[in-house]
Design a protein around this ligand. Structure first.
Ligand code: M6R
Length: 368
């Protein structure tokens, strides 16, 4: 049942194109994005004036990405919060607040408690979940299922990509209900989403190259990850994968923070993995990342750069270059995350670890 793979995680990484595609099925009909089991009228969706996203671990990183898309598309303020922090700080919630709870398992205790708190405060709760009938979707007012099939590996991979996809569907549904996007604009974004499975499959073709790079870095004690804008949650996710699977100290930073502290960590030989923004997106972001790579390389870091195909500006500063297909900025995380998953898995396997069952971790954390 591992489909010829040594580990479930490796199979699940390969299932990502299908997971994204299946999560989209049935969500666009008659020129409209539709969410499942969604009992709210357009009028109710229009009343939403604030969104909170609550989640833990990788699901939280997917939530961070939701903020970029939902605010950009809808102009509704979005806050993303670790579920374990949410209810303890008395968040301001009411009937016009949408709380999106993201959980692969649907059983995470902190996320469930966040849902209960939100419901007590009369907020509307939408669950994004990969497990039919789990507790979180049962208690939420509405559910959007990620349809990527059971995820067995403790490290989340295919669920993460499916969660990003589901978040974007929520953003488009809200934008459509509020009338802030024309139907043809919503259709164009949905089309981009539909193109992603093919592009994810293309990224998977670079797995042998990524594994070869990973073997070179298998015995490091620290790996740093840098990203900006949507590349920042990707950097956090890459670092989480590496620490949970390979037990290496790994940290993700927003690259704009480099000079505010993290650059002090750079010394001869430290690997720094950089997630470059698309050169066709905002030019200023691209040029800032470029100077960050220069800065760390000048201080002796070994750089592994994930950049869009044809982005030759990065070549002089990349000790290793991993190319991903071009995609609009908001969709790039569906591509740039994949090499980081493969990298972490390979490093961990080189060190002889069981990547399906990392030490000290459980697939679902049902105690707070
Ligand atoms: O089932 P959930 O999505 O609620 O789980 C949340 C986290 O426990 C989970 O993403 C965890 O961080 C993974 N081990 C990450 O790979």
């Amino acid at each position: 049942e591992k489909g010829g793979h040594e580990f479930f995680m490796l199979k699940e990484i390969e299932e990502q194109p299908a997971g994204v595609a299946d999560t989209l099925i049935g969500h666009y009909a008659d020129g409209q994005v539709v969410l499942d089991e969604q009992r709210w009228s357009d009028q109710e969706l229009r009343e939403i004036d604030k969104v909170f996203v609550v989640a833990c671990g990788s699901s939280y990183h997917a939530g961070l990405l939701a903020k970029y898309a939902i605010e950009h598309w809808t102009r509704i303020p979005v806050e993303v919060e670790l579920a374990s922090e949410f209810r303890y700080r008395d968040p301001v919630l009411d009937r016009s607040t949408l709380v999106v709870a993201i959980s692969q398992s649907g059983e995470t205790a902190d996320t469930l408690e966040a849902v209960r708190h939100a419901k007590d405060q009369k907020a509307r709760v939408l669950a994004i979940c990969n497990t039919n009938g789990a507790q979180i979707p049962r208690e939420a007012d509405a559910v959007l299922y990620t349809r990527t099939g059971p995820e067995i590996g403790v490290a989340s991979t295919k669920a993460f990509l499916a969660q990003i996809t589901a978040n974007y569907l929520v953003g488009l549904a809200l934008a459509q209900a509020r009338g802030v996007k024309y139907p043809d604009e919503v259709a164009a974004e949905f089309n981009h989403l539909e193109l992603m499975p093919k592009l994810v499959a293309k990224v998977l073709e670079s797995a042998p190259q990524v594994r070869a790079i990973a073997r070179e870095f298998a015995h490091q004690s620290t790996v740093l990850f840098l990203g900006r804008h949507v590349g920042y949650p990707v950097a956090l996710e890459g670092a989480l994968k590496l620490k949970e699977l390979a037990y290496i100290h790994a940290e993700g930073f927003a690259s704009g923070e480099l000079k505010h502290g993290p650059i002090a960590l750079i010394e001869e030989g430290v690997p720094v993995i950089v997630v470059m923004p698309s050169p066709k997106g905002r030019a200023v972001l691209h040029s800032k990342l470029l100077s960050n790579i220069r800065e760390v390389q000048a201080r002796g870091a070994r750089t592994i750069v994930i950049a869009e195909e044809g982005d030759d500006t990065v070549r002089p500063f990349a000790d290793h270059l991993i190319e991903i297909p071009a995609a609009p900025t908001l969709y790039q995380p569906l591509l740039s995350t994949v090499p980081l998953q493969i990298f972490a898995a390979e490093v961990a396997m080189q060190r002889g670890y069981d990547i399906d069952k990392p030490r000290n971790l459980a697939k679902s954390v049902t105690v707070e």
